[in-house]
Design a binder for this molecule. Structure first.
Ligand code: ZN
Length: 419
């Protein structure tokens, strides 16, 4: 592994008032939406992208951060997470698997998380109050078609799958509720998927499906051909639990047909949904995920999945390019959730940014079974900005040296911090 020395902070010296608040200088910028893939400069003012230009001088900005040798990309979007820690559970129910979003997002360059069906319409107001409104990470949601939500023992309870109530909650929260989730349904029949699609039609949003159990009658051939619409999302696409690869080890042609129809295929790595024996033949058949998502929860976070940059590195070990995995974690998920203002570096957009280091060497990557595959590149998040504010800085790239730093020394301050 070779790790070069860290670029240093340069303090701008200018008598006149600088045009920009922050200048991120000299990184290799990859912005798939705007087809930027070169070394250039990104300037930020008032929390928004103000300029992307090869010629911006240090004097034009209040603060300059030198990012030579690093990659600068839009803040990443993880469209499958579980961020609703549930405090009250039905008796006998397992512990809540939801996590606090800010505890995980920024350290891997993620600035937007989409909760994938942790709550249904009944608990969504609590989710909004307790998680959406209190997190620094931008939080959006797929609403579970089960009104009582996930992990409440109601996955198969069709009486809880009220498409009208779910659609009403989505229509009352446009943009925040980006779709509906059908999850873990064991049958019989198709009520979960059918009602999620019905709600999707009422609220004009997509559906994400975690298919649950397959039967000879209920399988992905029927799901893709007869049930899902173009723009709907099949998550856990490399799980292997629903015959994504056939017994002969070949990719199921239904996957290719589904893609032709316009269905999106999302990774949803999770604790039990990404295996090399599925991903490898899929890649060999030229079938790659449309979006990389974590299925972050208590059981996935410390296993093979780890975080967004680890998953990107895993797909690079399979053969994806850096440009591809950046697109799969920025612009493609933005389009899947119909938030085209996200996942790009448009001038005027909120300055959500991730700065990555690509380390070259010999690395091991795990799947959900704990099986290892070697790769030669590992992405590490150096710096994350949310709305222009530094929210993660692994090596202090945007920080000041401690010897010139102006500490406000004293015993107590109102915020308890010495600064
Ligand atoms: Zn999930």
């Amino acid at each position: 592994m070779s790790v070069s020395s860290f670029p240093c902070l340069l303090q701008a010296q200018s008598a006149t008032s600088p045009k920009f608040d922050l200048l991120l200088k000299g990184a290799h910028v990859i912005d798939p939406k705007n087809q930027i893939d070169r070394v250039t400069n990104v300037a930020i003012t008032n929390g928004h992208i103000a300029s992307i230009d090869d010629n911006i001088s240090n004097g034009e900005a209040r603060k300059v951060v030198d990012l030579h040798g690093l990659y600068l990309i839009p803040g990443m979007i993880d469209i499958h997470v579980h961020v609703f820690p549930r405090f009250v559970l039905p008796s006998g129910a397992p512990p809540s698997e939801g996590v606090q979003p800010d505890s995980f997002s920024f350290k891997s360059g993620v600035t937007t998380m989409v909760d994938a069906g942790s709550t249904g319409w009944k608990e969504f107001p609590e989710f909004k109050r307790r998680v959406v409104n209190t997190s620094k990470t931008r939080i959006l949601a797929f609403l579970n078609i089960v009104g009582a939500g996930m992990g409440t023992g109601n996955d198969d309870n069709v009486a809880e799958m009220d498409a009208n109530a779910a659609a009403q909650m989505a229509l009352a929260n446009p943009g925040l509720i980006v779709g509906f989730k059908s999850a873990h349904y064991g049958g019989p029949g198709w009520t979960s998927v059918d009602n999620a699609v019905k709600a999707g039609n009422l609220a004009h949003v997509p559906v994400m499906v975690d298919f649950g159990k397959i039967t000879p009658q209920r399988n992905i051939n029927v799901l893709f051909a007869d049930k899902l619409r173009p723009g709907d999302i099949y998550t856990h696409c490399f799980s292997g639990h629903r015959e994504e690869v056939l017994e002969n080890g070949q990719l199921n042609p239904a996957m290719v047909q589904g893609r032709k129809k316009g269905i999106y295929f999302d990774l949803g790595f999770g604790a039990a949904s990404f295996y090399w024996f599925v991903a490898d033949p899929a890649y060999k058949a030229g079938f790659y995920p449309d979006s990389i998502s974590s299925d972050l929860h208590m059981k996935s976070m410390n296993a093979g999945m780890k975080d967004m940059t680890n998953m990107m590195s895993e797909l690079m070990a399979l053969g994806s390019s850096l440009q591809d995995v950046v697109k799969m974690s920025t612009w493609d998920p933005a389009r899947e959730i119909k938030h085209s203002e996200l996942g790009n570096l448009d001038v005027g957009a909120e300055a959500d940014i991730a700065v990555l280091r690509l380390e070259n060497g010999h690395f091991g990557f795990l799947d959900s079974a704990g099986a290892r595959r070697y790769g030669t590149g590992r992405l590490v998040t150096e710096l994350t900005l949310r709305k222009g504010e530094v929210v993660w800085d692994l090596n202090g790239l945007a920080a000041e040296d401690w010897q010139s730093f102006h500490y406000r020394k004293g015993p107590f301050y109102s915020n308890g911090a010495m600064r």
